[in-house]
Design a protein around this ligand. Structure first.
Ligand code: SF4
Length: 449
């Protein structure tokens, strides 16, 4: 009977079982005396964000055992590409009783045993794996799609994610990575970006990002976005902030809300669409405070709040985890599931990455549950190509784990490249997901490299 009912049951069942409540921070030793007003203060959250192992120990007390602390320390010395920075709000979404297996801990506070012991790094992985800085039209403005640009306003965030794609530029230097720095002062960069957009009418869509716009002083952010709206060709503006779920308190501050309200009003008057894009990877991180901030932004007149998550093994790489996250976003926070990216080929990210084959199966397995408009597309950001839906692969050598992709537009660095639109571009599966023959191929490649 047991087998029969298993065979007949839905792979995913709705309604959700997880209670939608703000976890009580007072259960954590470091926050046991923290009042609600302190907790809901963005300043308090920033001042108490955890920046090192000692502060992590102060927050978690005995829950952070010596062996876990040692593993985190070893990881920071040998593999981590991002320094530690985690606001109390985000730490509070971790299951302190099972730190080793907790999904949020796994991507925000990596430890050495998380990494793959034989293949921690893919031979083809690299810093700035998407070649964004090569496509800077001016410093910090990546122009790699015909009608869209990415404006990196700042190189810091309220939190640092272990798998950050922009590990080349974002955050503090760590033993493994000396970070690149912007050379120009912020205002100079912003002015150059605006000048470029004024003289480039083919661009209609600007992703205003970083880092994280939650770290841009609100007056500077408002001035920049308002100037974008004065450029007739700019029709879509998307503000990118993981801080919406790492530090929702930031977006509930009066001065931020007032600035967003003015921007929404101006957008409406100019016929421009303004939206906020966030980055939640697990349902546990979508709490009532996150929902409150997202709903406020919608009430002010933003067209949408959307989520672009990253598929990370051990964090969310199952249909159940992805669907639970999407339904939590939709039902409780009015956040639209939009994309899930496969984790980019940055150094030491192998244990998080899934193969294209796995990503295709995930896309298959999440179809049909969510409304079509809220069913996220699973995409691979193919170096020198851009985002491709994982089923768009042109050819796929499953043995070696090499997928081949094509493109239908030129980026700024291909103006004089006659083969840009006929070439096939490669992407690589994690080696440990391959057959023995495929793994042998990469072992030989590593020896000859
Ligand atoms: S918030 Fe975004 S930019 Fe900042 S560390 Fe995380 S992934 Fe990187």
């Amino acid at each position: 009977m047991g087998n029969l009912s298993q065979k007949n049951s839905q792979p995913f069942s709705y309604p959700l079982k997880r209670a939608f409540v703000e976890p009580d921070w007072r259960r954590l030793p470091g926050y046991k005396d923290v009042s609600s007003s302190e907790w809901e203060s963005a300043l308090w959250q920033r001042q108490h964000s955890v920046k090192n192992l000692k502060e992590l120990k102060n927050a978690l007390g005995a829950y952070l055992t010596d062996d876990l602390a040692l593993e985190i320390e070893c990881d920071q010395k040998e593999y981590a590409t991002m320094s530690m920075l985690i606001p109390p709000q985000m730490l509070n979404t971790i299951n302190e009783k099972d730190l080793r297996h907790d999904p949020v801990r796994r991507y925000m506070i990596p430890m050495i045993s998380d990494r793959h012991s034989e293949w921690p790094n893919h031979p083809k992985a690299g810093r700035d794996s998407l070649h964004e800085s090569e496509m800077w039209a001016v410093e910090g403005l990546t122009h790699r799609y015909p009608t869209k640009v990415l404006a990196e306003l700042i190189s810091t965030c309220p939190q640092y994610c272990g798998h950050c794609t922009r590990m080349d530029l974002v955050g503090n230097s760590v033993p493994q990575v000396q970070k690149r720095k912007f050379e120009l002062l912020p205002q100079k960069r912003f002015d150059l970006m605006l000048d470029y957009l004024r003289k480039t009418p083919a661009v209609r869509d600007v992703v205003v990002s970083g880092g994280d716009i939650a770290n841009v002083p609100i007056a500077q952010l408002e001035a920049f976005v308002s100037s974008l709206m004065d450029i007739p060709n700019i029709r879509d503006i998307r503000l990118a902030s993981k801080g919406l779920q790492g530090l929702p308190q930031h977006f509930l501050q009066d001065e931020v809300l007032r600035a967003f309200e003015r921007l929404a009003k101006k957008a409406r008057e100019r016929g421009v669409d303004i939206a906020l894009h966030t980055h939640a990877n697990n349902a546990a991180q979508v709490t009532p405070l996150v929902a409150k901030a997202a709903k406020k932004i919608l009430e002010l007149g933003f067209r949408d709040v959307r989520n672009q998550g990253v598929i990370l093994r051990g964090v969310n790489a199952t249909p159940q985890d992805l669907l639970e996250l999407c339904f939590t976003l939709l039902d409780h926070a009015k956040i639209m599931p939009y994309y899930f990216y496969v984790c980019d080929m940055i150094p030491n990210s192998e244990h998080w990455r899934v193969s294209i084959d796995e990503a295709q199966r995930l896309q298959h397995d999440i179809m049909g549950y969510l409304p079509g408009f809220a069913t996220p597309r699973i995409v691979c950001d193919v170096p020198l190509v851009g985002k491709r839906w994982v089923h768009q692969v042109d050819a796929y050598d499953r043995e070696k784990g090499i997928s081949y992709w094509t493109k239908n537009y030129r980026t700024s660095i291909e103006k004089n490249d006659p083969d840009a639109l006929t070439r096939r571009y490669e992407y690589y599966d994690p080696v440990y997901t391959l057959s023995a023959a495929g793994q042998d191929y990469w072992k030989k490649q590593s020896v000859t490299a």
